[in-house]
Design a protein around this ligand. Structure first.
Ligand SMILES: Nc1ncnc2c1ncn2[C@@H]1O[C@H](COP(=O)(O)OP(=O)(O)O)[C@@H](O)[C@H]1O
Ligand SMILES: [Mg+2]
Length: 254
């Protein structure tokens, strides 16, 4: 798309990532369009999570990742990126309530000091962004997959990011509630203009929610473009190869 070059939020040039002696991403050049929802698709092991981590600066890389945000870029001024990882790094059986978990995430302040009234109010506001304010005093261990994802999303939205990275965000959500979750992502994109890069295997979600699609194969961009172009029959066969059948049932209404 010709308009894309001038409206990229992130440009990625000749990106390479090697981890544990293995080249995982190579010669990867692309752009993340500003203010849009971009879906990142590809087989397991194709490098999707590694690409998100390179954008976050969590893995060493060669090449360039350039942000075109409207704020200070000098060292010490981190990019405003929200991230909901594919796998949780904490035990969800921790004896915490939602308000305590969010307070822990927001302030590096010992919990034995308690969650004050002002903090509670702020967290209630945060949770209301993801329609989860009623979960304030619920134990984290009792949350459904969808509820937990919404709470993690609320944390990723504070402070409101310019770029939101979501790694298979609906994986732990039952099918009935997945639509609600993606509607929420769409609303955040529309109301706040947040640029979203989301990894998803669900091609109906990609077709309904994404403005742009990036396909990875073996650590390289195989193809990119608007969903209607990328999700055509032949393309899908090319992206998913023999695993096509695994994904096809999710794309029945394409
Ligand atoms: N820290 C690491 N050390 C070595 N290999 C890794 C590391 N992280 C990921 N990989 C490998 O890189 C490949 C891509 O992984 P990943 O980015 O998680 O793919 P995806 O998210 O598309 O499933 C996989 O083969 C994975 O085993
Ligand atoms: Mg992954």
């Amino acid at each position: 798309m010709s308009t894309q070059a001038s409206s990229a939020l992130v440009t990625i040039r000749d990106l390479g990532v090697t981890l544990g002696g293995k080249q995982i991403l190579q010669h990867l050049t692309t752009q993340i369009p500003r203010g849009k929802v971009t879906a990142l698709i590809g087989l397991n092991g194709s490098g999707k999570t590694t690409l998100l981590r390179a954008i976050l600066g969590e893995v060493p890389y060669t090449g360039r990742v350039t942000f075109h945000c409207g704020h200070d870029h000098r060292p010490g001024h981190p990019e405003r990126i929200g991230y909901v990882p594919q796998r949780l790094l904490f035990d969800t059986n921790l004896p915490l309530t939602v308000v305590e978990l969010v307070a822990l995430g927001m302030a590096s302040r010992p919990l034995f000091l308690g969650v004050g009234k002002n903090m509670r109010q702020r967290i209630t506001q945060l949770l209301s962004r993801v329609h989860a304010e009623h979960l304030l005093d619920s134990p984290v261990a009792g949350l459904s997959g969808g509820e937990l994802q919404r709470v993690l999303l609320a944390l990723a939205l504070e402070p409101l990011p310019e770029l939101l990275l979501l790694d298979e965000p609906a994986a732990g959500i039952d099918f009935r509630h997945q639509g609600e979750f993606y509607a929420l992502i769409t609303r955040l994109n529309q109301e706040h203009g947040i640029t979203v890069l989301l990894v998803s295997h669900d091609l109906s979600v990609v077709s309904n929610s994404a403005h742009y699609v990036l396909c990875l194969r073996n650590g390289q961009i195989l193809c990119e473009g608007p969903p209607r172009e990328i999700l055509s029959g032949e393309r899908i066969a090319e992206i998913f190869g023999e695993d096509k059948a695994v994904y096809a049932h999710e794309a029945h209404h394409l």
